[in-house]
Design a protein around this ligand. Structure first.
Ligand SMILES: [Zn+2]
Length: 268
């Protein structure tokens, strides 16, 4: 599969969080960011831009990181809506007056909204962050797609959730952010088969050139999107495990580590 990098990296060593962007989403009028691990204040092993309180980082550091992310996204930190991600398919529509703390405790892997006062976000470190945008209505969604969520159908659940609000799949722009890529995503045979069966690309997503199977989860996500008639797919590529200089990685760093934020703001 051809990976096209539509992103530009914005780096400011002083205060600004470093993020990757899709120029296609930007030119369609959507504020968004795939944040990297840089530009925050968290200490190792969460350094420095970490958005999770669940792995042991100092709450004040996460709060400041979130504030900086809000600055990039153009919304206050308390309007960045995230769920308690469980590798499932539950979708949650959010509005600017919803209590954020309550949403943070709610299980789900898809956040969607048409309210331009807020951002829909997802936290990842190897799993795929997907940002959906409907240029016609301005509605957006953020989804969390690791291999379990991908197999469970989180992509279809997202498209179905926004379709209920009148969004046509063929009009969606979907940007797939940095995730563990085929180079590092080594799995057992059974998992490889399970993931391959989840997309129309089938066994072509399994690389057998090494001792153990390596899976191209990005290609599975693309195949699923195409089956749903979503063809406007953008790759903001980069392997989270290969690049400790840019990304947090659960596989590389273990459970006690940072989590990145990817988020998108509905267009008014
Ligand atoms: Zn890699």
């Amino acid at each position: 599969m051809r990976i096209v990098a539509w992103y530009t990296a914005a780096v400011d060593s002083s205060q600004e969080p470093m993020a990757l962007y899709s120029s296609k989403l930007t030119s369609a009028g959507f504020n968004h960011a795939f944040f990297t691990r840089y530009g925050g204040i968290s200490e190792p092993p969460f350094d420095s831009l970490n958005f999770s309180l669940a792995t042991g980082d100092a709450p004040a550091a996460v709060q400041e990181n979130m504030r900086r992310a809000g600055g990039v996204l153009g919304v206050p930190a308390e309007k960045i809506y995230l769920l308690n991600q469980v590798h499932g398919v539950q979708a949650q529509q959010v509005h600017g007056d919803d209590p954020r703390e309550e949403m943070l405790r709610r299980d789900g892997d898809i956040v969607f909204s048409a309210d331009s006062s807020l951002a829909c976000g997802t936290r990842t470190a190897d799993c795929g962050p997907l940002l959906f945008a409907d240029p016609r209505s301005g509605l957006v969604a953020a989804a969390h797609a690791g291999w379990r969520g991908t197999v469970a159908g989180v992509v279809a659940a997202t498209v179905e959730a926004v379709a209920r609000l009148g969004v046509r799949p063929e009009e969606l722009i979907v940007a797939i952010g940095p995730m563990i890529e085929r180079c590092c995503f080594e799995v057992g045979e059974e998992v490889a088969q399970t993931i391959a069966a989840a997309g129309a690309a089938g066994a072509s997503v399994i690389d057998r050139s090494q001792a153990k199977p390596h899976v191209d989860l990005r290609a599975v996500l693309v195949a699923q999107l195409r089956t749903l008639e979503v063809t406007n797919i953008v790759h903001v590529a980069g392997c989270t495990q290969c690049r400790p200089d840019i990304f947090h990685s659960y596989r590389r760093d273990g459970k006690v580590g940072g989590r990145m934020l990817s988020a998108i703001v509905p267009r008014a």
